[in-house]
Ligand binder design. Sequence first.
Ligand code: FMN
Length: 190
Amino acid sequence: MNPELEFAQCFESATALDGELAARCFLATCSPDGRPSVRVVFHRPGASQRVRFFTNYLSRKGQEIAGNPQIAVAFHWPQLNRQVRLEGVCVKTTPADSDAYFAARPRDSQLAARLSQQSQPIESVTQLRAQHAAELSAVDPGTLSRPAHWGGYELIPDRIEFWTAGAARLHERVLWKLGPAGWVSELLAP
Ligand SMILES: Cc1cc2nc3c(=O)[nH]c(=O)nc-3n(C[C@H](O)[C@H](O)[C@H](O)COP(=O)(O)O)c2cc1C
């Protein structure tokens, strides 16, 4: 079994049960000097089915990824009794990929992505919302282009762990590691 395929199949099953909620994942990044940070993002798989998310490249996470591309992601799908953890290197998706995703977003989200300097200090969220509302009604309803600071990232995993709940906390943990000969798995104590 290829763990990347298994991940994609699990995500599909979780989505069938939970819809949009299944796409939430915890994304951990780490600054070059070793300070970790974690937040929730939505997994938006593309053709490769790998973990893909869209964000502001200048946000805290974007800056941390620029300095240290190693990331970790965790999903919890309670209805499947499963947790999946993935680790590896994160790369920006192509501009064409980001453009296509941006173009498919609702107009108010597109405008928010253009306006928000994500993770920067601001004076007032009311002011930002007012600016958003004004621009939403004022802007010519033609196409809004994707700002250069916003786009996708994809995780190229080299570790994937599938955790499946078991009785008496004797859960099953299958850890896959990518080595020179391909993916190999081992069982870990719960
Ligand atoms: C359910 C949920 C989904 C989210 N999805 C995203 C997302 O896909 N992209 C994103 O940039 N932020 C998303 N956020 C906001 C992030 O959690 C975070 O606040 C933001 O990206 C700034 O993080 P940073 O300062 O560490 O860069 C989401 C938050 C929640 C609660």
